[in-house]
Design a protein around this ligand. Structure first.
Ligand SMILES: *Cc1c(COP(=O)(O)O)cnc(C)c1O
Length: 377
């Protein structure tokens, strides 16, 4: 069994993907070929935004977005403590200050209450300018944008939505990647919509931000002269081959993969809800997750580890997303962040376990995994 079965997906889509790659080879437009623009247009339409700007990775998408928001030294960016390192790393790369915020213990997403407290603390300290809130749609579930938007408005801050794991999720009829002033996603192979290497995309409505991002991804070039560089940028583009691969994958994602993976999540939830001492993922009313991870919780660390071992013995792969909070990362050792400020993150790191999930997982496999969990818990 595989944690994410990319081979099963390739077997299903092989004719379309092979043809797409072949046609790029024959056109030899490897950089900024037609598929890149086609994909950008389709993605923007799907998430309901005016513009999509593709780039070389989710990390680059975050960094370019922070640059476009003029984030730098002296600015505070509020990031959930329980996330993949890239959310925080992108901020630090620009010389800005990461402010980790504890999570909500039921959704795993940034806690609006903790966010409010942290913003007030930064304002009172008068050392940094609170500039950006970066909610992460962790494991595929959109964050609480109703509350986060109110907080952003109150303090005049921007929202940068990290939807690297969240593409395809929604709240009501509004899709993930449409909740931030700027929103980003990642096409890393194991993400909900993945390519065959690295890739990412940025979504905005504002025309000026769009032009700025297009310039920044090509060394700050001016719009009408490639060799006239008007600011410092970087080189970050989505390869034409990756865009060509993403087009048929995106079609499958829309047509059946997103539904299939949600069905599998529902089967898990049905089976595991009958097991004692395990908490299944919570999806608030009106929310839809894209189920990039199916992450359950146990009552303590030793139970979690025991179940993980039992699954491992039956060759069922699992992961611990994530084993430590941002505040516990060695890279931030000098910050001396106190774990008592992040109780929900710390608890999550000790008790979570992510189970295999993807659109091609069978119900029989879910039954088997659930039985092993029930026996070992
Ligand atoms: C994967 C991920 C990123 C980074 O995306 P890459 O394409 O791997 O650079 C950023 N934030 C979160 C939450 C992620 O899961």
């Amino acid at each position: 069994m595989q944690f994410k079965d990319l081979e099963a997906q390739y077997r299903r889509l092989k004719p379309e993907i092979d043809a797409a790659i072949q046609s790029v080879l024959e056109s030899s437009h490897f950089i900024m070929g037609k598929p890149v623009f086609e994909l950008e247009e389709q993605l923007a339409e799907y998430v309901g935004r005016k513009h999509c700007i593709s780039c070389a990775s989710g990390t680059d998408a975050l960094q370019l977005s922070l640059m476009a928001l003029n984030v730098g030294v002296g600015d505070a960016v509020f990031v959930p403590d329980f996330t993949y390192f890239a959310s925080a790393g992108a901020v630090s790369m620009l010389g800005a200050s990461v402010i980790p915020v504890d999570i909500d213990k039921t959704t795993f997403n940034i806690s609006p209450e903790a966010l409010n407290i942290e913003i007030k603390r930064v304002i009172d300290e008068r050392k940094l300018t609170p500039k950006v809130i970066m909610p992460v749609n962790l494991f595929g579930l959109p964050a609480d944008y109703a509350q986060i938007s109110r907080i952003a408005y109150k303090y005049g801050m921007k929202i940068l939505e990290d939807s690297a794991q969240g593409f395809g999720g929604s709240i009501g009829c509004q899709k993930a990647c449409s909740f931030g002033n700027i929103s980003v996603t990642s096409f890393f192979p194991a993400k909900p919509l993945g390519c065959y290497g690295d890739g990412g995309a940025i979504f905005v409505d504002d025309d000026e931000l769009k032009s700025r991002l297009i310039s920044l991804r090509a060394h700050g070039r001016s719009a009408d002269d490639k060799y006239d560089n008007i600011e410092i940028g970087t080189n970050s583009r989505l390869d034409t081959i990756q865009a060509a691969i993403l087009l048929p994958k995106f079609k499958a994602f829309k047509e059946y993969e997103l539904d299939a993976v949600n069905y599998i999540a529902d089967v898990y939830t049905d089976r595991l809800s009958r097991v004692k001492n395990i908490t299944v993922p919570y999806v608030p009313d009106g929310y839809r997750s894209c189920q990039s991870q199916y992450t359950v919780r146990f009552k303590d660390e030793s139970t979690r580890n025991r179940v993980r071992k039992a699954l491992n013995e039956k060759e069922i792969p699992t992961n611990i997303f994530y084993p430590r909070g941002i505040h516990q990362q060695k890279a931030y050792e000098k910050m001396n962040w106190n774990s008592s400020l992040y109780p929900n993150t710390v608890k999550a790191t000790e008790t979570v376990l992510s189970l295999p999930i993807h659109p091609y997982l069978s119900e029989a496999d879910v039954d088997r995994i659930s039985e092993i969990i029930a026996e070992s818990v």
